[in-house]
Ligand binder design. Structure first.
Ligand code: CP
Length: 334
């Protein structure tokens, strides 16, 4: 895929060789993300960062990634603070904001909304999450993290065993990640959720049709002796009522005792975050914070690298980043 000028809306756009190319560019971004050196390759460029749904990691890391490449960020947060609340269409918003920007990152609560917006945009649009549908940049950073974490144990994505746990119906990150995993070989997936919150059939079929082994269960303990445990939050914002969501919160809790008893000694723990740390949920306990196999913060850090790579690629400067290098004049503690 030639990424220059392209929207990034779905993981369906990628082939396996595209993933390897993105990861190679992301790896090259490390010295810039770690403030060893700076680049001005996007000096003068503007990111429109439009988040119509709550976010910490995705919004801030998109902004940081663009700043780290030398660009400026303009953003709007929340539906009520935008003209969408006055009835403006996504198309009109896109026409206007795309004339102010060189690239746009967007999150919106409705499935398909980012693709609809992209139809009106004159610059590349990157999907930061559209409802329960997709979160392609999260899937890329998840897969990049899995690759790095497994490499530390001399393992590969091909042939790995992963358990996905929690709200697999509404969790867009597991939908996008599963579609990427379908491009690899001989993966064993344990999909653990309440039956009402199971992974959509179309995702399971895609995995099975690609030759992967899929085991579906509503029991966590017997299904987490995997290379990776990918824990997720009950996506309460997708339920009709809080009472409905409350039925499922707290059903699958991973803590140190359960990890020690049921996981392998080197099982890598992932979570797209935010984890719900309230006592009635607590799907990933703080007592695992010192476990070296807890990869959740390395995972979030990798989001900056992946988003830097995507900006550089969509704006056609992936091979020019080093050419615009300059020193870091401050004392960096990174
Ligand atoms: N993982 C993720 O999308 O986090 P935020 O909701 O904080 O962006």
């Amino acid at each position: 895929m030639n990424f220059t000028g392209q929207h990034i809306l779905s993981v369906n756009q990628f082939e396996r060789e595209d993933l390897e190319y993105i990861f190679n560019i992301a790896q090259k971004m490390e010295p810039y993300a770690h403030r060893k050196v700076r680049t001005k390759v996007l000096e003068g460029a503007i990111l429109g960062n439009l988040f119509f749904e709550p976010s910490t990691r995705t919004r801030v890391s998109f902004g940081c990634a663009f700043n780290l490449l030398g660009g400026e960020v303009r953003e709007t947060t929340g539906m009520q603070s935008s003209a969408l609340a006055k009835g403006e269409s996504l198309y009109d918003t896109a026409r206007v904001v795309s004339s102010y920007s060189d690239v746009i990152a967007m999150r919106h609560p409705d499935t398909g909304s980012v693709a609809e917006f992209a139809e009106g945009s004159r610059v590349p649009v990157i999907n930061g999450g559209d409802g329960a549908n997709e979160h392609p940049t999260q899937a890329l950073l998840d897969l990049y993290t899995i690759d790095k974490e497994l490499a530390a144990f001399e393992q590969k994505i091909d042939g790995m065993h992963i358990a996905m746990v929690g709200d697999l119906k509404n969790g867009r990150t597991v939908h996008s990640l599963s579609k990427l995993l379908a491009m690899y070989k001989n993966i064993h997936l344990n999909l653990v959720s309440p039956s009402e919150l199971a992974m959509p059939d179309y995702v399971v079929s895609a995995l099975e049709n690609a030759g992967h082994k899929v085991t579906i269960s509503d029991k966590m303990e017997q299904n987490i002796d995997a290379d990776i445990v990918y824990q997720t939050r009950i996506q309460e914002e997708r339920f009709e009522s809080q009472d409905e969501a409350n039925k499922y919160r707290g059903q699958f809790r991973l803590n140190n005792e359960i990890y020690t008893k049921y996981c392998k000694s080197n099982t890598v723990i992932m979570h797209p975050l935010p984890r719900d740390s309230r006592s009635d949920a607590n799907e990933l306990d703080n007592d695992l914070n010192q476990n070296p196999n807890l990869a959740i913060f390395r995972q979030a850090d990798n989001g900056v690298l992946i988003r830097m790579a995507l900006f550089a690629m969509t704006l056609g400067v992936a091979e020019k980043v080093d050419k615009y290098q300059c020193d870091v004049p401050w004392v960096s503690s990174k």
